[in-house]
Design a protein around this ligand. Structure first.
Ligand code: TXA
Ligand code: MG
Length: 320
């Protein structure tokens, strides 16, 4: 692991090379440091979850350096959202919009929406525009820790987990971005952050998204968080399939013919990263009108396998 100054061209060059290879790079933003991966490479994004040791998949923010990329990854940019972007971007505001197929499903944890932010930190801006593609990045802390605001924080907590930490000095805000979505003249706030509700209120009616306990909702709890429409059953092996009018989500290639209409394999080689990067898109594809049930094969509960199993159990429980 190396820590290099983000104000050197050689550092940005190296970072882009690593990102292109699907590696993870920690980089500074004006809010907190982020753990960046090529947002269009699902396998690279799976690594981010692995490094963060998240017990589940949470949707990740996609960082862009210009509006052109926003247009390339969403269905549309509503007029009201555009006004807010013009006012607060680049800066610590994240806007949730309907995504298109360019964004891998693992980035959004199966949601149809993607959270987008255009950071103002000069190093982040330079990194994203030099890379030439959007960068998906959660805060660079392991799950449950506070977010890092200095390169040295990242170095301490992530040690040898990333090949490069780009040092861009202390994060100016030291607090994560505000996450919103815009619905006509309403602004839904999913996470309060560096842009205040007061500042946003000139652009619409503020609607904080709370659950019944008056706690802010985490995405795992959001009502629209992805769960399949068809019932899901977790099984050990394809021999347990009882209903042939079904789909089967296999962990690795089944050894015998499978008694299901549709079969998709998460990973040929048993690689959990590959499995994670295919998980949401395969599940969405298997959730079809013409099946009664989705059978999902257990995956080993280590590393990313735990996050996959957590999602599967949730989906199974919905129907159990
Ligand atoms: O300031 C920040 O936002 C930092 C820097 C690195 O940009 N990033 C950050 O990422 O805090 P993370 O992963 O720690 O938090 C992302 C937040 C989570 O609260 C997540 O629920 C929300 O964004 N989020 C992401 N995608 C979403 C979506 N499609 N709908 C609703 N909320 C979403
Ligand atoms: Mg975070």
């Amino acid at each position: 692991m190396q820590i290099l100054s983000g104000y050197l061209n050689t550092t940005i060059h190296l970072a882009c090379e690593l990102l292109r290879k699907g590696e993870i790079v920690a980089f500074p933003t004006e809010t907190v440091y982020g753990l960046g991966a090529d947002a269009l490479n699902g396998y690279a994004v799976a690594k981010v979850f692995e490094i963060k040791k998240r017990p589940r998949f949470d949707p990740i923010i996609v960082h862009v350096s210009d509006m052109e990329w926003v247009k390339k990854i969403v269905k549309e940019v509503p007029f009201e959202a555009k006004r807010i972007m013009e006012k607060f971007w680049p800066g610590p505001l994240t806007i949730v919009l309907e995504k298109n197929e360019k964004i891998p499903d693992i980035v959004t944890a199966g949601l149809k929406t993607v959270a987008i932010r255009m950071p103002s930190h000069p190093v982040a801006k330079n990194l994203i525009s030099s890379f030439g593609r959007p960068i998906a990045a959660p805060s660079a802390n392991p799950f449950g820790y506070i977010s890092p605001t200095k390169a040295s924080h990242v170095a301490k907590i992530l040690k040898d987990k990333v090949p490069l930490i780009i040092d861009g000095g202390d994060s100016f805000f030291g607090l994560e971005s505000t996450v919103i979505s815009v619905n006509g003249d309403k602004i839904l706030i999913y996470r309060f952050g560096a842009v205040t509700a007061e500042e946003l209120s000139q652009f619409g009616e503020i609607v904080p998204v709370f659950d019944k306990m008056r706690r802010p909702l985490s995405p795992g709890q959001l009502p629209y968080h992805y769960a399949p429409h068809k019932p899901l059953k977790i099984i050990e092996s394809p021999e347990e399939i009882e209903n042939p009018s079904s789909s089967f989500l296999a962990f690795t290639e089944p050894r015998h013919p499978v008694n299901a209409k549709y079969v998709l394999v998460l990973t040929k080689s048993g690689d959990l990263r590959e499995a994670a990067s295919n998980f949401f898109s395969h599940l969405i594809e298997l959730d079809r009108e013409d099946v009664d049930i989705i059978y999902a094969q257990k995956v080993p509960e280590v590393g990313l396998g735990r996050a996959i199993m957590e999602r599967l159990r949730k989906a199974e429980k919905k129907w159990g």
